[in-house]
Design a binder for this molecule. Structure first.
Ligand code: AQP
Length: 350
């Protein structure tokens, strides 16, 4: 098996097939860490693709709250942040009637499979992960969880017989690792996992910080003027775009290397307006009007999301109820895959 589903006749006898094998649809899976307030990088790099995918594929989306424990966190905020993150997903347009949305910690097969995969991945390949190097830099005490995070992410994906993983560019390397682990596991134990493919958007795959355009916009890095959060009010968006760092040569040109600040703004503009980078660039000859129109279009795109998020706060029980339903559906798929994997590595049947 290369990229297709596991054929029924190669499955483990008696364990049956997963639902998406039965109805033959492509399976999409992706996740977001509940590590802080989601920003426009998350929205244009990931959430917006997910909303489109839910109508075309059998889609599963996860608030990866266990991943959020890999960095410093306040235990009193862990649950609240997971609920907040989920409510941004629903506000962005994920419909729990047509896709599965759940919290990672509610489906224990994620950590169980992660262990089987940790025994397949190698220390050397984890040590090469760029995100680990960046997040651990300068920290005296780095958790083992931060190091093994990409393996848990591989488990998240492989549990759902995932064909396609829509992610931002920063997750490309982790996706490659998930593929390598799946291929190695299948080679060692026989066809068990579908080998997933990354789907990275053509525009805004890596939205950069507005004040430090050499680094990506990030939830867990404090950069109040550099990050546009989905919760930001119109005035705040306008102010942040106006203050965004550009350069002094004054020429409107897309050149991420020489003009990183302006190129980032052009890319955000293209993503928000669904126009091409060339088209946006050709429409302006001064930075001021480009910034003013960008702020306007961002406000237009983000206001409905922010309003839906505010509406959801009216019933604090709604998001937990939706996540509980999502977990039931997710568990039904995950338990079948985990059992399949645990059998092939030789663990005793329960
Ligand atoms: N700056 C970005 N531009 C485009 N896409 C982005 N994503 C994240 N940042 C950008 C994509 O959003 C999805 C969810 O991200 P995540 O929660 O898994 O965390 P992350 O990739 O590590 O990014 P963050 O938001 O910066 O979080 P922290 O600070 O906690 O690490 C993913 O598909 C990601 O690619």
């Amino acid at each position: 098996m290369a990229n297709g589903r596991i054929p029924d006749d190669q499955g483990i006898p008696g364990l049956g097939a997963t639902p998406s094998i039965l109805h033959g649809m492509e399976r999409v899976f992706s996740g977001v860490q509940s590590s802080g307030a989601p920003h426009i990088g998350n929205y244009f790099g990931a959430f917006r693709q997910w909303v489109a995918d839910q109508h075309k594929a059998d889609s599963v989306f996860c608030v990866v709250d266990l991943h959020a424990l890999t960095i410093e966190h306040d235990p009193t905020q862990v649950g609240t942040r997971a609920l907040e993150t989920a409510s941004w997903l629903f506000a962005s347009g994920l419909d729990p009637e047509i896709c599965i949305v759940f919290a990672q910690s509610h489906v224990q097969e994620h950590t169980a499979l992660s262990w089987l995969l940790e025994c397949t991945a190698t220390f050397g390949e984890l040590r090469r992960m760029t995100q680990f190097k960046e997040k651990s830099k300068g920290n005296e005490s780095v958790s083992v969880g931060l190091f093994t995070y990409p393996v848990l992410m591989a488990a998240d994906i492989l549990l759902y017989d995932t064909n396609k993983v829509p992610v931002g560019d920063d997750q490309r390397q982790h996706l490659e690792l998930a593929r390598d682990i799946a291929i190695r596991f299948n080679g060692r134990y026989g066809d068990t996992f579908v080998v997933p493919e990354a789907a990275v958007p053509k525009v805004a795959a890596r939205v950069m910080d507005l004040q430090h355009p050499e680094r990506k916009m990030s939830k867990s890095v404090t950069s109040p003027l550099g990050t546009i959060d989905l919760i930001d009010e119109p005035d705040t968006i306008v102010q942040k775009i106006r203050k965004a760092v550009t350069d002094t040569d004054g020429e409107v040109r897309y050149d991420p290397e020489k003009k990183p600040g302006l190129s980032n703004l052009i890319e955000i503009f293209a993503a928000a307006s669904q126009r091409s980078i060339e088209d946006v660039t050709a429409s302006y000859d001064r930075y001021g009007p480009l910034k003013a129109d960008l702020a306007e279009i961002l406000v237009e795109v983000l206001t409905p999301v922010r309003e839906r998020h505010a509406e959801m706060q009216a019933d604090p029980g709604e998001v937990p109820r939706l996540l509980a339903k999502g977990a039931l559906k997710a568990r039904a798929i995950a338990s079948t895959t985990y059992l399949r994997a645990s059998r092939v590595v030789g663990l005793l049947a329960q």
